[in-house]
Design a protein around this ligand. Sequence first.
Ligand code: FSO
Ligand code: SF4
Length: 545
Amino acid sequence: MFCYQCQETAKGVGCTIRGVCGKLPQTSKYMDLLLSVIRGIAIVEEALRKASVKGSEVSGDFIVDTLFSTITNANFDDESLIARIEKAVNLRNELMAIAAANGVELPMTEELAWDGNRDSYNEEGTKHSVLREQNEDLRSLKELTMYGLKGMAAYYEHASRLGHRDESIIAFMQKALAITAKTDASMDELFHLVLETGNFGVKAMALLDKANTTSYGHPEITKVNIGVRKNPGILISGHDLHDIEDLLIQTEGTGIDVYTHGEMLPAHYYPQLKKYKHLAGNYGNAWWQQKEEFSSFNGPIIFTTNCIVPPSPKANYNGRVFTLNSTGYPGWKYIEADAQGHKDFSEVIALAKTCEPPTEIEQGEIIGGFAHHQVLTLADKVVEAVKSGAIKKFVVMGGCDGRAKSRNYYTDFALQMPKDAVILTAGCAKYKYNKLNLGDINGIPRVLDAGQCNDSYSLAMIALKLKEVFDLDDINKLPIIYNIAWYEQKAVIVLLALLSLGVKNIHLGPTLPAFLSANVAKVLVEQFGIAGIGTVEDDLREFFE
Ligand code: FSO
Ligand code: SF4
């Protein structure tokens, strides 16, 4: 196996024996094979589109689901990956038949040549790994695009589940996948593709923002309890708001409380979700602490998306975890959606009734809900604080959390930054500093949480609004520092989207991606001022001088 798609990749180079995340070589092979067949589907769809011949009704959603299933910590279940490969091969063959029937010529690529024989899964999976591209710069750009597409797929899937779709995003994904399959793509073509991926990333994030806010209202300032109540509970993790709504409706009046975990915390900020009285609070922290937290939660746990940490075989929660959508773990139960995308949680609810209430691990409240609409209603106050000098700088510290000790940098940075600086955050990175009680400036909390990682879009909207208010010609003239933590591929699309919006001088940590070759990193540094991080002391000096 070879995988270098996340920040925790082995030795900062690539996982070759087994994933640091727990991904096994066999699973990695299935994922590589699946992605190869998906590229094949995209090649045919792209050729059909160019010839104005109708392709498949279902391939767009299927590509989105499969890309999502290969994101870090989403799916460890070989059976579900094999089922996707089989479906993908059938779909690809149907599309090739449509092309043949309409006289549409297809390129002769490896992705279309494989016959889909079950006996050759291993051989083909090995052939189609990341390393199939020999040139490390071309590989770097192809994979940067691929990871951006995975993040885009994740956000698109959430939006589409709420009925918000955009065919231009699907068409772009297919085009981009087809280009990454080319063996003669140039550096220029691929670099252009990376930038275009960022443009479509903005589109996908805007689509999701619209889907979430039209479905559930605009996030508003909300205090969220981090202690527990006395009823048994269900813990719901991941990012999908449609799923938590389904769960809240089905648990209402059952005597079961619902708790959010990890990236589901921002569900509390939405008026149409917070109205449920049995949405009891947020339990625990970011994804990587789940082993201890799931043990003490005592009740059922639902994963709507990543991040899953493989449990120990003896984990007391193994019989009470359920997965949905693109996620999966061998031995954990998967709940299928019905034709309308709804899930039946009756088995989860029945199990919850037999469980002890959660064991309290924390007490108190955290505050959030500072997405663009809420912040703009406070705009006068914010602008006044900036003009008076009460707030001197904003630091965008969104992104992901992770288990590396080096990520304590973000806690230390938050604690040590000047008292007239305010953090703008989104994503699970916030757990490094959202319980520190950093106080407020004239009533404006010093940690403004916009929501999930996709709500980094909100932070960009806030920046664009401030640029307008302060009558600046360049977003980079605002007193905003970007000090972003990344872990998996959704952070890649967030990064590309920020670049596409013109944001420069982003600091990315705790380490730069292994998939950026020296030459590609050089171009990003030269054109966008991307940089890593140093020590807290050095960076504070540099950022706040
Ligand atoms: Fe975190 Fe995991 Fe939201 Fe990621 S829970 S790490 S970037 O999946 O998606 O921030
Ligand atoms: Fe390694 Fe990350 Fe890939 Fe897992 S997702 S195999 S940790 S690079």
